[in-house]
Design a protein around this ligand. Sequence first.
Ligand code: PEP
Ligand code: MN
Length: 356
Amino acid sequence: MQAHASEEQIRGVCQKIESLGYRAHPIPGAERTAIGITGNQGEVEPGTLEEMPGVQEVIRVTKPYKLVSRDIKEDNTVIRFPGSTATIGGAALAIMAGPCAIENREQAFTVAERVARAGAQFFRGGAYKPRTSPYSFQGLGEEGLRIMAQIRDQFGLRIVTEAIDNESLELVEEYADIIQIGARNMQNFSLLRRAGRARKPVMVKRGMSATLEELLMAAEYVMSEGNYNVILCERGVRTFADHTRNTLDLSIVPAVQRLSHLPIVVDPSHGTGKRNKVTPLSRAAVAVGADGLMVEVHHEPDKALSDGVQSLYPEQFEELMAQVRQIAPVVGRAIPRLDQAIGPLSKAGTSARSLS
Ligand code: PEP
Ligand code: MN
């Protein structure tokens, strides 16, 4: 649409598209609104649409992913959260940290307090865990979600947690701020569609053997249902390398940013599987231009019920933050100031560091 197109003109074009039997996706940008058209089998006859008031041009997107593509929206998508200054995809880096799994209230609160103090704006943690073994800890379920909601109230952190099926997605949508779709579910198309009907942002993690195009198509599934707040996450892929759990493919970051307007964050925890590699790869992820990081942190990793070996100690996470704070400005990014209103350090948190 033209930059000055009115709401009414945008609505009119959407109605026209729907009357032709297609689906209209109005996607506001910084300058102007683009209206994506999906559901067409062949080429859409541009004639009728091009003549409508407010229409700038009709562009054919030839790539298999349409709504995800930069062809439809040139400027980066910035995801915002009501009642919070946290963003994903803007100039500020989005830092998500927390344990692999929510194990109990005390564990979750202890870690949350430490990561909030270090400057994270998002708290991660699984309430539903997709485990390789059916005998491993599967997560606390709704109880875990309730604990996370209390953490949001207490520390002002936004909550990121995984939905493993349609049933858990109902609950995750209710409690969380970001619905995570895990690597193992990246091509669970019915789950992606359900996430596309949710009213919360969705983070899609790259499958262990997914190509860039497959990752973008997974995001397209979510967007095709009308949810345009999608975040991509690189978490490593399987290769012959056996010195790490996965091979963290940082080259996908600039590749995604060339093709898509969606933000991409990097998870160096699952990406390496080894605590001593998380900070170096976090530095590299920020340097390569990632929109954020997702890092596993545990105050007692030796006792963690999952992924202890790749979890940072809170002190290590503080050091990681200090380092990425210095790297970020080199690539035109920043980490928001530590301005969260957190009261005095509770007994649960150990090292008393004052807020700067
Ligand atoms: C996670 O982030 O908790 C997780 C299970 O990651 P992935 O889906 O990337 O394995
Ligand atoms: Mn984990």
